[in-house]
Design a protein around this ligand. Structure first.
Ligand SMILES: NC(=O)c1ccc[n+]([C@@H]2O[C@H](COP(=O)([O-])OP(=O)(O)OC[C@H]3O[C@@H](n4cnc5c(N)ncnc54)[C@H](O)[C@@H]3O)[C@@H](O)[C@H]2O)c1
Length: 266
């Protein structure tokens, strides 16, 4: 018999992971329980009940999770994703991991072979389900993302620094696959669009550093002979943008596994 309250295993207890843990353990109406919380930094889980903390991720299956959720780093998917999917469902948030074609193929093959599910949270991509529904139709899917250089992580680019960018600058224009390794912490939305739509090679990504304003501006265009879809999301990089990411991620976890009574968008 299936567990009446699905148990979520959480990898990464930082900003997002700690929010999801706190929500599912304090709001019984969400219908979820915590199977474990794992973080590579022991101090990040120091305040949690000892029975919840999982020290060694190799032992995850002993906690019988109904889904593992990653809120840590893309390397978790490359290193452990297939093992998770041999036992249970998996929801990774650091979806730039899938720009590695081998990782994408291995995880999808494993899920099919073991009858488990890979859940891709839509994150900042408003309307991702519509992009997915039209997957076989789109001739072009493009995302243009504009961010202030101060909000871009240049750590993979020692030759570039935010202060050096004094005019609006196109940092990348090409297939999404090539962008993910260049700015892995900033472009999960591009990767989610590619995964949910027509793939990392056919999706076009444009990433622009804009010097005026502190907003994240995401514009998606999808074209087919039957329809043109245009979606734009503009959000401040401080304040409410944080809460919108948290709410979006929690909603994806609950949609995947929870069973709250009441209204459901499908
Ligand atoms: N898909 C999206 O739209 C989207 C949106 C926001 C964040 N993200 C991604 O989600 C992840 C979490 O974001 P956050 O803001 O909570 O980050 P954070 O830095 O606040 O927290 C990450 C936590 O994971 C832990 N961690 C890192 N690597 C680990 C590993 N290999 N094994 C175990 N623990 C590890 C860290 O110690 C830290 O406690 C990031 O990779 C981020 O890029 C994706």
């Amino acid at each position: 018999m299936s567990n009446p309250r699905p148990r979520i295993g959480i990898v990464g207890h930082g900003l997002i992971g700690s929010y999801v843990y706190e929500q599912i353990t304090t709001r019984p109406e969400l219908g979820l329980d915590a199977a474990f919380v794992h973080d590579q930094m022991p101090e990040r889980v120091a305040g949690l009940p000892v029975e919840v903390v999982l020290d060694d991720l190799e032992d995850f299956a002993r906690r019988s999770p109904d889904m593992v959720a990653e809120f840590a780093h893309p390397s978790v998917t490359a290193d452990h994703g297939a093992r998770f999917l041999r036992h249970t469902d998996y929801l990774p948030l650091s979806v730039t991991a899938f720009a590695d074609a081998e990782v994408e193929r291995t995880l999808l093959d494993t899920a099919r072979a073991h009858g488990t599910r890979l859940y891709i949270p839509h994150g900042a991509v408003v309307g991702l389900e519509a992009i997915g529904e039209g997957r076989d139709q789109w001739e072009e899917v493009k995302m243009v993302m504009r961010k202030n250089p101060a909000n871009i992580d240049f750590s993979a680019h020692p030759e570039l620094a935010a202060e050096d960018i004094t005019t609006d600058t196109v940092l990348y224009d090409g297939p999404t696959r090539g962008l993910c390794g260049l700015f892995p912490r900033n472009v999960n939305a591009h990767a989610a669009l590619a995964l949910g739509g027509i793939g990392f090679d056919r999706t076009r990504s444009v990433f622009i550093a804009v010097t005026e304003g502190g907003v994240s501006d995401i514009e998606i265009t999808a074209r087919s002979p039957a329809a043109v879809l245009t979606i734009r999301r503009v959000s401040p990089m401080k304040g409410v943008s944080g809460i919108f990411t948290l709410l979006s991620v929690l909603s994806s976890v609950v949609k995947a596994k929870g069973s709250p009574a009441g209204l459901h968008l499908v």
